[in-house]
Design a protein around this ligand. Structure first.
Ligand code: FCB
Length: 442
């Protein structure tokens, strides 16, 4: 894709990973069991019975992966910290060996001239906390603030950019509502409680970061799926607004407006989030960075009791079945600016799963992924040209990795991981991204 537009100097070029998806070493150096270890060990939950015990072995091979980031010319690397490595019992005793790992990681990332972006929660809750009720319990949000303090005190002298929570909707809706992610519960009331306590934990962690890390920039990452009505009928438009409410407004409104959207509160009554006095103000303390994870849109039609998703058979889709719609990404970014006016936006995840095949010459060619990333970067450029304050872009992902309930089958990396040998093979999209970044800098 050629374009005359350019992104501003200082635009942050990045790549992202998450602890459980890449680290492996799940029983090493004092790490305790997480809800994802337990979920993987539960028959029928994860495709092929895959688990995170080895993953990409990033825990041991991170120096090699940082060398790849350097070759890409990245400005920034987004990783997540595994809570069960830091506070194995969920609360109380700190595991120094776990902190040491992230200490070394941050040092090596910085030594490569790359800025670390630390996510504090990317879904790997210590199982002991789940046994005590998990995110349904308010105490888990308090435990998260304690854990945040421990990490902030160790890494805060070198890490400026912090993402408290990754995709609260996925953690709560899929984990506690639909039961297709860990911990695998399905109850509307529990789902709303989990969602609320995850948002509350963000607010509590933000307070800790601002207190303990001078100059901290605090963000929260949402999976935002813009929703479109199948037709222009009033019923479809109402259905689309409701789906948008459940997916997007339920999380954006508390953080930016200190309230849950009333139409959705009514839809879900008598189930309700357990809001106590002061919670909404805690959740809505200003964030420095709205972190946007974007992959696809949703199209819905009105049905008897709400809405139903309509598969867009004529559109291109990725290997995980997600429709490819860069224009929806552009429209989402403009809408965020117009309706929520965030101080700054970072695209903390964007990318595509395709069934990559390693050729006889050892190479992996992934023109579809390259086209996906190029068209979405074009959408970012258009949004920036329209005045949306997007300051960075992180491709998901640096490496093929453990794609949650889908196991290792779905490959999102710009680097191919040959799982039997753990060899890293940069795909053609890697070389393209490297050149694209260099071209923008020139
Ligand atoms: C997001 C997750 C990330 C990855 C991508 C494909 O929802 O944050 O870990 O699995 O989807």
């Amino acid at each position: 894709m050629t374009t005359e537009r350019t992104l501003p100097t200082g635009f942050v070029w990045g790549a992202a990973t998450a602890a459980f998806q890449v680290e492996g070493a799940n029983a090493e150096d004092g790490r305790s069991e997480s809800i994802w270890d337990r979920f993987c060990a539960t028959p029928g939950k994860v495709r092929n019975g895959d688990d995170g015990s080895v993953a990409c072995d990033f825990y041991h091979r991170y120096p090699q992966d940082i060398a790849l980031m350097k070759e890409l010319g990245l400005d920034a690397f987004r990783f997540s910290v595994a809570w069960p490595r830091i506070v194995p019992d969920g609360r109380g005793t700190v595991n120094e060996a776990g902190l040491d790992f992230y200490d070394r990681l941050v040092d090596e990332v910085l030594a490569a001239g790359i800025e670390p972006y630390a996510t504090l929660y990317h879904w790997d809750l210590p199982q002991v906390l789940e046994d005590a009720g998990g995110w349904v319990e308010r105490g888990t949000a308090e435990a998260f603030a304690e854990y945040t303090e421990v990490v902030a005190r160790r890494l805060g002298d070198r890490v400026t950019n912090w993402i408290t929570q990754n995709e609260p909707r996925v953690a709560a809706w899929l984990g506690y509502g639909l039961g297709i992610h860990a911990p695998g519960r399905s109850d509307l009331g529990e789902m709303l409680a989990a969602g609320h306590h995850i948002l509350l934990s963000h607010g509590l962690a933000a307070e800790v970061l601002r207190r303990d890390v001078p100059g901290a920039r605090v963000g929260i990452a949402f999976d935002l799926n813009p929703v479109y009505p199948e037709t222009d009928s009033e019923a479809d438009r109402a259905a689309s607004w409701a789906a948008d409410g459940e997916n997007n407004r339920w999380f954006l409104d508390p953080v930016f407006r200190a309230e849950y959207p009333q139409d959705i509160v009514e839809r879900w009554a008598p189930a309700a989030p357990p809001v106590l006095d002061g919670d909404m103000a805690t959740i809505a303390a200003p964030v420095d960075l709205l972190c946007v994870n974007y992959y696809t849109r949703r199209v819905v039609r009105a049905v008897e009791d709400g809405f139903a998703e309509v598969y867009q058979g004529d559109s291109p889709h990725t290997d995980i079945g997600w429709e490819v719609v860069p224009d929806a990404f552009y429209e989402l970014l403009v809408r965020l600016r117009d309706e929520y006016a965030p101080a700054a936006i970072s695209i903390t995840e964007n990318g595509a799963a395709f069934e990559d095949i390693r050729l006889h010459d050892g190479q992996v060619k992934d023109p579809e992924r390259q086209a996906y990333i190029a068209s979405h970067l074009d959408a970012v450029e258009r949004a920036v040209a329209a005045g949306v304050p997007v300051e960075g872009y992180f491709v998901w992902s640096l490496l093929d990795n453990f794609e949650w309930a889908e196991g290792y089958r779905r490959r999102f990396g710009i680097v191919y991981v040959d799982y039997p040998t753990l060899e890293r093979v940069p795909k053609s999209s890697f070389h393209w991204y490297r050149d694209f970044i260099a071209g923008h800098r020139a």
